[in-house]
Ligand binder design. Sequence first.
Ligand SMILES: Cc1cc2nc3c(=O)[nH]c(=O)nc-3n(C[C@H](O)[C@H](O)[C@H](O)COP(=O)(O)OP(=O)(O)OC[C@H]3O[C@@H](n4cnc5c(N)ncnc54)[C@H](O)[C@@H]3O)c2cc1C
Length: 409
Amino acid sequence: MPKVLVLGGRFGGLSAAYTLKRLVGNKADIKLVNKDRFTYFRPALPHVAIGVRDVEELKIDLSQAMPEKGIQFQQGEVMKIDAPKSTVVYKRPDGSIVEEDYDYVIVGIGAHLATELLKGWDQYGYSVCEPEYAMKLREKLNEFKGGNITIGSGFFYQGHNPKPKVPENYVPTGDSACEGPVFEMSLMLHGYFMKKGMLNKVKMTVFSPGEYLSDLSVGSRKAVASIYQSLGVNLVHGFKIKEITDKEIISEDGKKLPSDLTIVLPPYTGNPALKNSTPDLVDDGGFIPTDGNMVSIKYDNVYAVGDSNSITIPKLGYLAVMTGRIAAQHLANRLGVPTKVDTYYPTIVCVADNPYEGFAVSVKDDTWYGGSVTVADPAPMNHLKKELFTKYFMWTKGDMALEKFLASW
Ligand SMILES: Cc1cc2nc3c(=O)[nH]c(=O)nc-3n(C[C@H](O)[C@H](O)[C@H](O)COP(=O)(O)OP(=O)(O)OC[C@H]3O[C@@H](n4cnc5c(N)ncnc54)[C@H](O)[C@@H]3O)c2cc1C
């Protein structure tokens, strides 16, 4: 029986594993390897930071969820993929190193949050990207008495060569990997401090390594700039953060912004396990270039999905789910199950929530790729969309089967 290894257990890996199992049933052995036993619903980690959700509500035990669907689970940290040999080397929790072979591998281990590139991060940096960061920020916000808050993202070390085999306009260059969480956090904190009666004690600045939200249409960017103006939020473009101190942040070219609390989406680089893999599997940034079916341009039995794939720009859950689904559909055909394969077409689809003020901004935009769809809609109903997205992910244990219908606005 063909053996499929799925590496990574969040949006990309889970979508691929569940979809493939649904399509091929017992025609393949499917095993998912993730470095932790638990996975968390990342889009609601900002909600943990402002105290409207708890980490435990967002936790899925992969060691139960996978076998329930007939998928094997192995906790293990992938160290490298040897693509010519068709093996994956990973470390088990007991420290033992395993080299496991595969007929097909689907790589969904995401990107690397390169906090080590930010001087002062350990002492003064805050984020919401992982549960422990969100909890640390929650405590800091609880005790915050007022002052300057800066929110922004680090630089995106995107790879460019070799290029993936998809239309060039699908893979623009981004200064930031994903600014949606920055936008969301800035809205949320306005609500958070309003509820606490502290708005007059807080001065918020949003910074971007390039032009803020350059992945959205000019019209949507103007709308965001005017929202910020009305909320008294300062917006700084072209600030490539290099260092955080107790009172300021410093950019690579020496600019400074006052900051008593610094919240950063860290710089994104390729996953170290991929940088350590067969060199021609990855591009110069450590991401895997593929074709539109998510098949590696070099190794026919390697698929890449989600943030690990060089075609997903920006690094977005919506694109991770789409690429996971396409990889599974394509592989199902090779495993003898005729299946329609969706066409990859990038679109930015996300919801920036503001629970304390009871609204969210739903975004759908493909203008970055040459399309004409541009929606940025602030409305109370959209807050319910984020709630539904969270509940749906948790109910299904990360199986986003209906996502393409739920996310159609
Ligand atoms: C705070 C925040 C909020 C966001 N909100 C949204 C949103 O609302 N909507 C949206 O569309 N997108 C959102 N995004 C983006 C979205 O979370 C990512 O694009 C998405 O999680 C990518 O999914 P992935 O499965 O490719 O990678 P990841 O989510 O990075 O998952 C990778 C998985 O692989 C595991 N892993 C990593 N390295 C190894 C290794 N060496 N060995 C084994 N396992 C490994 C990780 O533990 C993880 O389980 C948000 C991002 C952040 C940071």
